[in-house]
Structure formats: C-alpha cells, structure tokens
Design a protein around this ligand. Structure first.
Ligand code: PBG
Length: 326
C-alpha cells in the first residue's frame, strides 16, 4: 500500500520551512496603540479591567510616546478622560480640553515619527455618556451631533491631530467633517471612518478606562452584531463620503465583516482589537490558562490575515518591543 501523494506537511517540517511558507506577517509599523490621558492626573492610574493599561498623566504619556516611537509602531490613537462632563461634551471642543492638550503634546513630541490620531466622539465628554447630544425626548439627535463633530474636528486639527477617528456612528459624519475641514483649509487632515462599529459587549473595559457615565446602550447607532451585510454597507457609505481609511470594530468576533470590507474597499481597512478582547487575553494569560505572547501574536495575525492593513491594539507596544528582541 502506498501512502498519500499529496503531503502538505512537507512545507511544515522545520522552522525554516515554516518561515518561508508563511502567508501573513505582521509588522510593528502596522500597529496603532490606543492611549488614555486623564486630565489633572499626577500619576498614571491603572485600569483594573485592563491589566497593564493605564490612564496616563501628561508626564507618563510623554514617556510612553517616546517608547512607542522607538519601537517603530505606526501610530497612536488618543482618548481623553476629562474631569468635567456636560450635556454637549464641551470639553471636546475646548482647546484646553484634555484630548486637545494631549494631542498638542503628542504632535510636538513624536509627530514626525508616529501618526498621532484622535478619537472624534462625544461619549468621553458627555455626562449622559452617549456619543452624541440628546433631543428633548432623550434620544440621540443625529444632525445636532454633526454640528458638534464639526466643531470637534476643527479643534482636533488645530491641536495637531494627524488623523481624526470618527467613532460615533452618526449618519453623515464623514461627509460633515470632510466638508468643515476642507472649508477651513484643512484638506490635509485624513479621516478614519469607524465604519462598521458594532454594539459590542467587548467595549466593557473601555467604559472603565474613560470613566463613562453611560446608562443604557448604544444600539440605536452602533450596528447589530448579527448583521454582516450592513457592516459592508456602512464601510462603503464612509468611502463614498470621503473616508481615507475605514475600520471594522471589534476585530476578533467580526473577521467575516473585515474580510468582506477588505475585499471591497478601495481605501485601507483597519481593525480595532478592543478593550474586552485585550482583557480576555490578558486575564487568561495572567492566570496561566493560555500562553499570552502566542495568543497575542495569533490574534494579531488572524486580524491581518482576514484583511486588516493596520490594527489598533492595546498590545501594540508590548508586541512590537517583544518582536524587536526576538
Ligand atoms: C467611542 C469609542 C468606544 C471605543 C472606542 N471609541 C466606546 C464605545 O463605543 O462604546 C471602545 C474601544 C474599546 O473598547 O477598546 N468613543
């Protein structure tokens, strides 16, 4: 009896062969580190549900930015944690608001080495925790929110943002922000559309990270996790409205949407490995239940394999530094 003629194992037989046969490689340059900066913090504050991630003070922020630049990652995505919140999220458009201050610091410190990106959404700044402003009935008012997003875009561009990340999932947000930036002579500022952002339980730890005061949920504006076609549709709308990059978020539970989007999009497609994805891996690794480094590499590789051109991940810096040592 003869054995099989076709033997795929031939190309897996040694480390050298596996290296040569590898289809997907992840480079530090395609990783983006999300960072939290807390107004008035004298020291970095740990985030319990995200072991290893902190709300930065301005000092610890500067140190981490230098680390990120030295590690050769692609960029940072900034989130602000303000002291005061109100109904319209005033802190988001105040030039002295924490996110705009942090953006100026980052642009000055590492603006040549990294793409300094900013979250353009109101939820960190509103006392009700929604991504937009509310109407008299307490519903998120799409078009009134666009007015605030326009103001926020100008404030972030002024502060030196290298890319505004529109994560609020309001209809027409990309077109509105593109229009106001262009009219202000800021055609140079790129827009990332969080095109397919799902109403996900995996954002749980992020709510602690930015001390969100949200009551209720975001299901009237974020996508239903059951909808695949709608994710692609949202991405195509963002492209049509002028997005320079589109994103799928979360990543690991939405690789089908990511693959669809990557196949159809004429612009780069990024994916966001969100706080809950980080927390699951970090917690299991911390308990010795999985090999953390392997799980991180496998998850990032899967996201790139599915079609992401770049990945936002809280593991970005640790992974890049570890790869550089290997
Ligand atoms: C909204 C925003 C959220 C995240 C990024 N931008 C929160 C949300 O929509 O509920 C979540 C990111 C994460 O969980 O890591 N500004």
């Amino acid at each position: 009896m003869s054995g099989p003629v076709i033997r795929p194992r031939r190309l897996r037989q040694s480390p050298a062969w596996r290296r040569l046969a590898r289809e997907t490689r992840v480079d530090a340059a395609q990783l983006i580190l999300p960072m939290f900066v807390a107004e008035g913090a004298a020291e970095p504050r740990p985030i319990a549900s995200m072991p290893g991630v902190v709300q930065h003070s301005l000092d610890s922020f500067r140190v981490e930015l230098q680390r990120a630049a030295a590690a050769g990652i692609g960029g940072v995505m900034l989130f602000g944690v303000p002291v005061e919140k109100d109904a319209t999220g005033s802190g988001a458009t105040d030039p002295d608001g924490i996110l705009n201050v942090a953006t100026r610091v980052a642009a000055a410190e590492v603006g040549d080495a990294l793409v300094v990106q900013t979250d353009l959404c109101l939820d960190e700044f509103t006392d009700h925790g929604h991504c937009g402003v509310l109407d008299a009935a307490g519903r998120v008012d799409n078009d009134a929110t666009l007015v605030r997003y326009r103001e926020m875009a100008l404030a972030q561009a002024e502060a030196g943002s290298g890319l505004v990340g529109l994560s609020g999932m309001m209809d027409g947000q990309v077109a509105a922000v593109r229009e106001v930036l262009d009219a202000a002579g800021r055609a140079d500022v790129p827009i990332l559309g969080y095109a397919a952002k799902y109403a996900s339980a995996f954002y749980g730890p992020f709510r602690e990270a930015v001390q969100s005061s949200l009551v209720g949920d975001r299901r009237t504006y974020q996508l239903d996790p059951a909808n695949r076609r709608e994710g692609l549709r949202e991405a195509l709308i963002d492209v049509e409205e002028g997005a320079d990059v589109v994103m799928v978020k979360p990543a690991m539970s939405y690789l089908d949407v990511l693959a669809d989007t990557a196949a159809a999009s004429p612009v780069p497609v990024w994916a966001y490995q969100v706080s809950g994805e980080y927390a699951m891996i970090a917690a299991a690794a911390g308990n010795g239940w999985i090999d953390g480094d392997r799980a991180v590499d496998e998850s990032l590789t899967s996201i790139v394999r599915a079609g992401a051109d770049a990945v936002l991940s809280y593991f970005a810096l640790d992974a890049a530094e570890r790869w550089a040592r290997a």
